[in-house]
Design a protein around this ligand. Structure first.
Ligand code: ATP
Ligand code: MG
Length: 138
């Protein structure tokens, strides 16, 4: 059954420019998924604190909040069979240095930045995607 997931092209990804953004979107389309909505958003710190609530208190949390609010994001609502798992596989491992070649996080990694600067977010379940959508578009 088709399901929906949320991708966020993070501020560091958007900043790389139109060509990189287009190539990222192309990866999901090539895997047979549909982009049913695209929203340009400047997120605020309150939204990101809520979005990443599960990580509150972790050493990287404040850096993550800053990285997500430093500029505009592009939110993609993606639909397709097994979209949650497919998107996470296409995105690659959380740490770009450990992600496999051919994944977005590896192919578009930025040698100078680690952890939070991994270009894209992908929901970890369709329930999480619904929750995230509400936080992002509130
Ligand atoms: P996302 O939820 O953004 O798709 P993920 O599910 O691969 O990523 P999570 O564990 O949910 O990873 O972490 C959320 C985000 O927090 C990561 O994308 C990354 O930006 C940041 N992050 C996670 N772990 C670390 C870490 N150890 N050091 C620095 N940043 C981290
Ligand atoms: Mg996650």
């Amino acid at each position: 059954m088709a399901e929906r997931t949320i991708v966020i092209i993070k501020p560091d990804g958007v900043k790389r420019g139109e060509s990189v953004v287009r190539q990222i979107k192309q990866r999901y389309l090539e895997a047979g998924m549909r982009i049913i909505q695209e929203i340009d958003l400047q997120l605020d710190r309150h939204q990101i604190r809520e979005f990443y609530k599960e990580h509150e208190g972790r050493s990287f949390f404040e850096d993550l909040v800053s990285a997500m609010t430093i500029g505009p994001c592009l939110v993609l609502v993606i639909e397709g069979e097994e979209a949650v798992e497919k998107v996470r596989a296409i995105n690659g491992a959380t740490d770009p240095a450990k992600a496999a070649p051919g994944t977005i996080r590896y192919d578009f990694r930025d040698a100078e930045s680690g952890g939070p600067r991994n270009i894209v977010h992908g929901s970890n379940s369709s329930i999480a995607a619904s929750r995230e959508f509400l936080i992002l578009v509130e």
